[in-house]
Write a protein that binds this ligand. Structure first.
Ligand SMILES: Nc1ncnc2c1ncn2[C@@H]1O[C@H](COP(=O)(O)OP(=O)(O)OP(=O)(O)O)[C@@H](O)[C@H]1O
Ligand SMILES: [Mg+2]
Length: 280
């Protein structure tokens, strides 16, 4: 894996693409280097698991250009973030309840104007997040993949970053690149990892520590210390996931006892303990 992750020259983006985490809010960006690795699946089911634990959860479809959280949740919103951005609707009217009992704010798909980070998108996105976060215990941002301006901006608003990666070398190489950019541009001291579609128990921990070794060698934070990866769990490859997506149901509703659903519940437990339990 180390060869696949050998360092590439860093070309920092000239335009500032960050706002800094929104103060006082628990915002977790669920992001990835490579696309199609399970971000939306994790966001939706993690939201359901956290809701069951009594947390007030909002999932924001932060994949502004190519949103598909609505498809996974079988929702047909009349009002989306697009209508809020264009002043056609009020923010509170765009928030709907998902089947798992949590709130969602859907983006609407195919909006080419949101695939670029214009000053308008930046300002509107920030003000929406600032207005919403006080009403929830946790806001999950289901972001797009990669290191585009829009993705980096939405991730910059989050206090915590959860990278979803699969064990495939392409996914890990892209995860490495994303972590490198987040460390250098956003001064992240740590990044949380979940390995999805793991083949065997223990795979994710081994992969995360291999990735950590490469980061230790080639990427350091501003303080000079290496960025720390925190392994939050593994989700096994499980045919029930595809089945739930095809039925447009939450996995936690469709097959709550399957291995992937149990892994999501464990992830929720770990996130709650690490991030959502007030310290005395
Ligand atoms: N643990 C798993 N086991 C089996 N299949 C899975 C698992 N996780 C995800 N998948 C499959 O991968 C597909 C893509 O997942 P998902 O849409 O959540 O990815 P994504 O990272 O959000 O993609 P995008 O980058 O396009 O937003 C799912 O529809 C599902 O079929
Ligand atoms: Mg997605």
């Amino acid at each position: 894996m180390s060869d696949a992750l050998s360092p590439q020259p860093m070309t920092p983006n000239a335009a500032p693409v960050q706002a800094g985490p929104v103060a006082g809010a628990r915002i977790i960006a669920i992001t990835s280097g490579k696309g199609g690795v399970g971000k939306t699946f994790v966001s939706a089911n993690l939201a359901a698991a956290l809701t069951r634990r009594g947390q007030r959860v909002l999932v924001l479809d932060a994949d502004l250009g190519l949103a598909n959280l609505d498809v996974v949740l079988n929702l047909h919103p009349k009002i989306t973030l697009h209508d809020v951005f264009t002043g056609k609707a009020r923010l509170e009217d765009a928030i709907i309840k998902a089947p798992g009992g949590f709130s969602v704010l859907l983006a609407g798909s195919g909006m080419v104007e949101y695939s670029r980070l214009t000053p308008e998108v930046r300002t509107q996105f920030l003000s929406v997040i600032q207005a919403l976060t006080p009403q929830y215990d946790v806001v999950l941002l289901d972001t797009g993949a990669g290191i585009s301006d829009v993705v980096l901006f939405s991730v910059s608003l989050a206090s915590e970053v959860l990278i979803v990666a699969t064990p495939e070398p392409t996914s890990l190489t892209d995860a490495y690149a994303a972590i490198k950019v987040l460390t250098m541009q956003q001064q992240r001291q740590h990044v949380r990892m979940v390995i999805n579609q793991a083949a065997r128990p223990g795979d994710g921990r081994a992969i995360t520590s291999q990735l950590q070794q490469v980061l230790d060698r080639f990427v350091s934070t501003q303080s000079g210390r290496p960025v720390r990866l925190i392994h939050m769990g593994d989700i096994p490859a499980d045919p029930s996931v595809r089945d739930a997506v095809m039925r447009r149901q939450l996995l936690l509703v469709n097959t709550p006892g399957c291995p992937a659903a149990l892994a999501i519940s464990q992830l929720a437990n770990k996130i709650e303990t690490a991030l959502l339990t007030p310290t005395a």
